[in-house]
Design a protein around this ligand. Sequence first.
Ligand SMILES: [Zn+2]
Length: 343
Amino acid sequence: MKSEVRSQKPENGNRKVNTQTFGFRFSVFWLLTVVFCLLCSAFGLGCGKTAVTGKPKLPADLANRFNAERAWHDMERVVGFGPRPSGSEALTHTAAYIMEQLRAASLQVEEEAFTTNTPRGPIAFKNIIARTRPDCPPRFIIAGHYDTKWFPKIKFVGANDGGSSTAALLEIARVLAGQPVDAWIVWFDGEEAIQEYSEKDGLVGSTHLVRRLFAEKKLGQIQAVVILDMVGDKRFQLTLPKPERWSAPVRQQALIAAATLGLRDYAMLLNYPMVDDHSPFDWNHVPAIDLIDFDYGNIPHQNNFWHTELDTLDKCSPTSLRIASQIALELVRRLEYYKWPMK
Ligand SMILES: [Zn+2]
């Protein structure tokens, strides 16, 4: 994967400065800034490492605050919009629902809209980003996709593949709202390939965000990216793909997080990698994990409900949303203690 560096315009151009008052204003500006930062630090409000009085800790019962019934209700609402491929009206309704819920939880919300050429021609995509603390760069990104794969000949509502991640993330966002952690919760558009995964097809939203964070020099500040995908299957078991070297500690910590919650039996390790929304981060040396259950069906190891009309709500359960989300939340809580950045 190649990422491009965006050229930056000089900011102060030809602007004239009144040199007599500049020095005074400059001092007052810095004085106010320092006072503001000290106040922020004292109350634990600053971004990243700015707190000088010690970092506030995430509460020990963070994972238990996940409300599975509320997440299930979100999932029913989202699946009720019908097939939700990128660029569709149903996905616009889904985006509106996500944003309405985030605003109700008092989270800062950003819509990241852009148009990209695809095998179906240009499509308008939209990532949705919720921040736990206004204007702070992300130390953690917890994300998943909210689009469903485009199937012109079948009615594919993607209860598990698209719906489960959308709903789990909404409840995770509610749990993290107001917590002392710089987390971005992101709903990616365009995860699904229209034909086949390639540089020009699939992972559109996650690739777009990686390029943007690279250009803004924020990519290296990310401690970990946690992706949730297909986390609704009633017969739930995470199949954690083989990580890159720099992501291996995150997978290790995810197992410890699962064990801490008594959920270790729900996590199985694969000895091969997978392509998903964690990949653009992983390929750019950002530690990332894909919490995915890629064995979705009624015949073991056949994954026979995946990308079929059978991916419906009756194959899913609120308990599965809870297990995956609790592991994600406990993982973030554990990583919060680690050296920053963890590389
Ligand atoms: Zn899919």
